[in-house]
Design a protein around this ligand. Structure first.
Ligand code: ADP
Length: 240
């Protein structure tokens, strides 16, 4: 039996509510874990053997990972609830602001950013689009920063289509096999272990949810070892 759209929306709302409660209620025990982990490290780390040091590292790392997972869950549950006012803004300003917030990673990995085309002024949800650029740029850095003898090069481009704006964020990283191009947008899907690349596997799912909420689309073009290009579109809207 087909589920009615209304029922689906209701179930989704319930799930979002549940995620918000869970991520809120779990925050406090995790903070306690983090605090005791820190105290333990300060008090005994210098005097214990390597195995015990490793156990403290694992506790702290796991607590950190859980707190990141919770923030991701909270962001996911908020995507459809939060509707920021639409505003007119220059996409170039948005890119500059995102670049500033990842300044330390840019310096650490010697990232080169190329803004290929003249960016447009658009009318949209600036806050959500900032999140999209931020997620894609963070991934672009992460998945291109461990390749020997090259530094990450990120290119941002733009094409004005008939009734939508099309942007892309391209990197020179490890690339993604075509059979995973849809899969990576699912929640908690990751193609690598956390020891290879840290992360929760929620970023692209959040990004796709944001794009859906803006009536836009997102997809990837990539081959393994050839870098990845993430394209996304937003409708052309006029401020009235
Ligand atoms: P996370 O980066 O936390 O694992 P994401 O949802 O952002 O989660 O990405 C899902 C998976 O997609 C990643 O684990 C990685 O395997 C792959 N991926 C995302 N962006 C890139 C990229 N720019 N280059 C290569 N692989 C990527």
């Amino acid at each position: 039996m087909a589920i009615k759209q209304e029922e689906l929306e209701h179930v989704n709302q319930e799930l979002d509510g549940l995620m918000a409660i869970l991520s809120h209620d779990l925050r406090s025990p995790i903070q306690t874990l983090q605090a005791y982990g820190k105290l333990l490290r300060e008090k005994v780390y210098a005097q214990i053997d390597n195995d015990s040091k490793h156990f403290i590292d694992r506790i702290q790392h796991t607590a950190y990972h859980m707190s990141t997972l919770l923030s991701d869950l909270l962001s996911l549950s908020k995507v459809n609830k939060i509707k920021n006012p639409y505003e007119e803004f220059h996409v170039n300003d948005l890119i500059v602001s995102v670049r500033e917030s990842v300044e330390s990673d840019f310096n650490r990995f010697n990232v080169e950013l190329i803004v290929r085309d003249t960016m447009p002024v658009i009318y949209s949800d600036r806050v959500k689009l900032r999140e999209v650029f931020l997620n894609l740029i963070n991934n672009a850095i992460k998945y291109s920063s461990k390749i020997p003898n090259q530094h990450p090069v990120i290119e941002i481009g733009y094409t004005q289509k008939d009734n939508y704006h099309e942007f892309y964020v391209k990197d020179n990283g490890i690339g993604i096999e075509p059979k995973f191009h849809d899969k990576i947008f699912e929640l908690f899907v990751r193609l690598h272990s956390r020891t290879e690349y840290d992360g929760t596997g929620a970023g692209l799912n959040i990004t796709r949810k944001i794009m859906n909420s803006l009536n836009g689309k997102i997809w990837v073009a990539s081959e393994i070892g050839q870098g990845a290009t993430f394209y996304f579109t937003v409708p052309v809207l006029k401020k009235d």
